[in-house]
Design a protein around this ligand. Structure first.
Ligand code: TYM
Length: 328
């Protein structure tokens, strides 16, 4: 029997951080054994905000290197670059015609990003972004989409569009489900535990980048905000500490309870020093693996991936075109 499919992607649009790893990639690595897995570098999504062309090219390859160095195995999973498969844009156009403007207007990611860009200069692409994401997911008969919490609203819209299309034109799309894990779905900013850790944060003290060196990790963790009091406890009344304990727990596979026990009677500074070491112990071998991957090797894997997914995308798009009445 065929394995059910998962699909997910990351934009090559800024410094990837441990939130991206813990919220998304770490789950992909686990799921790739049970699922037919497709992981995409979504460069077409990245250009919904201005990008420097040379940087975009460099980051696109870098994101693929992050996937591989994190443990995505190209023998088990398929990796490709979104813009290599033009069917994504074609299906997005078709889905545009069944989506409603208010459905996009209420997307919180759009509202946040449009506000940052200044409403007058936000692109139409930024507005339409969730439709392209729906197209990514629906093209491949995806059943499960492993993401962080910030993407749940987009997946809800994807489900709505798939249901609407199926109702209008007959069963065509699988209705996908999101996959998240409670402790990792929303890693918060180190400088502000009320906002998520973000690639586009204005301060580098918001995040630990996957490329940060030891000294930087220690400096950032030292500066990370903490709550009042001094006890190392894991609960909602100490959101900053809860976030740091989550990061510690997810990277070391020790439960929050065990971490609490380990630091009874110790100070925030003891815990923070240990957390910095836990992060460094994860990042050092990861970065070594990344450094070993050549651009040529990675491009080869991405081209191989595009070759594998192209027939799937073509088949689904052909079916869609036929259903809506395009002359074949
Ligand atoms: P992107 O590039 O912003 O983020 C990539 C993944 O990282 C997760 N993530 C987080 N998880 C936990 N805590 C955080 N602080 C955190 N920040 C980011 C995101 O939820 C995401 O899973 N629209 C998507 C990319 C995309 C996509 C798709 C995803 C395009 N097409 C199809 C799934 C399926 C995005 O902007 O992710």
């Amino acid at each position: 029997m065929n394995k059910p499919r998962i699909f997910s992607g990351i934009q090559p649009s800024g410094n990837l951080h441990i939130g991206n790893y813990l919220g998304a990639i770490k789950n992909w690595v686990k799921l790739q054994d049970q699922y037919d897995s497709i992981f995409c570098v979504v460069d077409m999504h990245a250009i919904t905000v201005p990008q420097d062309p040379a940087e975009l090219r460099r980051r696109t390859i870098e994101v693929a290197k992050v996937y591989l160095a994190s443990g995505i195995d190209p023998k088990k999973s398929t990796l490709f670059i979104q813009s290599h498969i033009s069917e994504h844009a074609e299906l997005a156009w078709i889905l545009n015609t069944i989506a409603k403007i208010p459905e996009l207007e209420k997307m919180t990611q759009f509202k946040d990003k449009a506000q940052k860009a200044g409403k007058e200069s936000a692109s139409v692409g930024l507005f339409d972004y969730p439709i392209l994401m729906a197209s990514d997911i629906l093209l491949y008969d995806t059943e499960l989409v492993p993401v962080g919490k910030d993407q749940l609203q987009h997946i809800e819209l994807t489900r709505t569009l798939a249901e609407r299309f199926n109702k209008k034109f007959g069963k065509t799309f699988i209705i996908p489900k999101a996959f998240t894990t409670k402790e990792s779905e929303n890693i918060m900013g180190l400088d502000d535990p009320t906002k998520k850790m973000s690639k586009s944060a204005s301060s580098e003290y918001n995040y630990i980048a996957l490329t940060d060196d030891e000294e930087t990790v220690r400096r950032k963790i030292k500066k990370a905000v903490t709550d009042s009091g001094s006890e190392i406890v894991y609960n909602d009344s100490k959101p900053a500490l809860k976030n740091l304990i989550n990061i510690y727990s997810l990277l070391s596979e020790i439960s929050p309870k065990e971490i609490e026990n380990k630091y009874v009677g110790k100070k925030y500074s003891d815990f923070k020093n240990a957390l910095a070491e836990v992060i460094i112990n994860y990042l050092t071998p990861f970065q070594k693996k990344m450094a070993k991957l050549t651009d040529e090797k990675v491009l080869e894997i991405l081209e191989e991936g595009a070759k594998r997914v192209r027939p799937l995308a073509q088949k689904k798009l052909r079916e869609v075109k036929k259903k809506i009445g395009f002359v074949a």
